[in-house]
Write a protein that binds this ligand. Structure first.
Ligand SMILES: Cc1cc2nc3c(=O)[nH]c(=O)nc-3n(C[C@H](O)[C@H](O)[C@H](O)COP(=O)(O)OP(=O)(O)OC[C@H]3O[C@@H](n4cnc5c(N)ncnc54)[C@H](O)[C@@H]3O)c2cc1C
Length: 327
């Protein structure tokens, strides 16, 4: 290994992508995003159902900071993002689905998909990462953006000797699951014209979205988001039983006879209900090894919740910090 070893960013969700773009913008070269899934985007996820499309992770961006507003404005101008609903408090959506936008953001970054990092070990000039396939990747610096519980698993191996305080901070981050029922319907729904409903819903239901009305699907396809408590309470049931239950509780909105097909997405790490008030963690090891992601909130973040904007800010901030550390 030499100075030529890349900067490796584990996880190609919004925080990983923003960390890579920030480093690139600052002139750093040889950056690799490593992602275990088949696509970049993480929780910016879109699934195809027949001829329909469904955003089954994040639905929209909300904006509270100037930096994120400037980013959203740039993409509004380019036509990749548009205003969806809300006047006082705007919600922005991706015009082709969230995942297409993530792909667009990452198009100039070197990405290795379907590569899960299972072990991080020290070497003389940085780190050696081992993949699920047993292959190794050397790195001069590493940013981990996997959700905090998964990041902690990577960091707690004995070889790294990460300070117990850093591991305790990661341990304090608690995520809730979110089960999402995806339904392809024969008939249009009776949801509001913008396709979004998040109030006066039955117990256990967080949000319902009609993607035909949202404007990203040619067919009536809907996603039903269940609360963290509901998702936990139904975790031991089969996918079929969970989908059946979601259909039952949403029968006022979902004409059961109109359902052509259904799928279930189980997010284990959807939203952090306990998060950190630091935009990233530095392990302070000899070579840079930093941890970031949506659960690392800026101390001045007024939203008090994890979301796309917190992932964006964490990614940008950790990228800026790593560039300084590498000087
Ligand atoms: C159902 C749902 C609805 C949501 N709705 C909204 C919304 O409407 N508005 C909003 O602002 N936010 C919403 N969010 C939250 C938002 O999606 C997240 O805050 C944001 O996308 C997190 O980005 P991230 O990069 O921090 O993490 P992620 O997107 O989770 O990215 C982490 C990546 O790391 C990868 N990874 C993990 N471990 C490894 C490994 N060992 N090796 C390689 N890769 C690995 C994962 O596959 C993943 O792609 C929602 C989330 C969910 C789940």
């Amino acid at each position: 290994m030499s100075e030529q070893a890349p900067i490796v960013i584990i996880g190609a969700g919004l925080s990983g992508i923003m960390a890579a773009l920030t480093l690139k913008e600052k002139g750093c070269q040889n950056i690799i995003l490593v992602e275990k899934s088949r696509s970049v985007g993480g929780r910016m996820a879109t699934r195809r159902i027949e001829k329909g499309k469904v955003d089954h992770g994040a639905q929209f961006f909300t904006v509270r900071t100037k930096k994120f507003q400037a980013f959203v404005d740039e993409w509004l101008e380019k036509g990749s993002v548009k205003h969806w609903f809300g006047n006082d408090y705007q919600r922005y959506m991706s015009v082709d689905g969230m995942n297409a936008f993530a792909k667009k953001l990452a198009e100039d970054i070197s990405v290795r998909l379907q590569t899960r990092i299972t072990v991080i070990k020290k070497n003389a000039t940085g780190y050696t990462l081992t993949t699920g396939e047993g292959e190794t990747i050397d790195a001069r610096a590493v940013i981990v953006t996997a959700p905090a519980p998964q990041a902690k698993t990577l960091l707690e191996n004995n070889d790294l000797q990460v300070d117990a305080k850093v591991l305790q901070k990661l341990d304090a981050i608690v995520f809730q699951p979110c089960f999402v029922g995806l339904f392809h319907l024969q008939q249009p729904t009776n949801l509001p014209n913008n396709g979004h409903l998040d109030s006066e819903l039955p117990d256990g239901v967080l949000r319902i979205v009609d993607h035909e009305k949202k404007g990203i699907s040619e067919m009536p396809t809907i996603s039903v988001y269940m609360t963290g408590d509901w998702s936990k309470a139904h975790d031991d049931r089969s996918d079929e039983a969970i989908l059946e239950k979601i259909k039952q509780v949403t029968n006022a909105y979902l004409d059961v006879d109109s359902v052509i097909s259904s799928q279930l997405k189980k997010w284990r790490y959807a939203e952090a209900v306990q998060f950190l008030r630091e935009p990233f963690l530095n392990t302070n090891l000899e070579h840079p090894l930093l941890v970031a992601g949506d659960a690392f909130l800026h101390p001045q973040d007024i939203a008090n919740r994890t979301r796309l904007e917190s992932a964006f800010i964490s990614g940008v901030t950790v990228g800026e910090e790593l560039e300084i550390l590498l000087k």
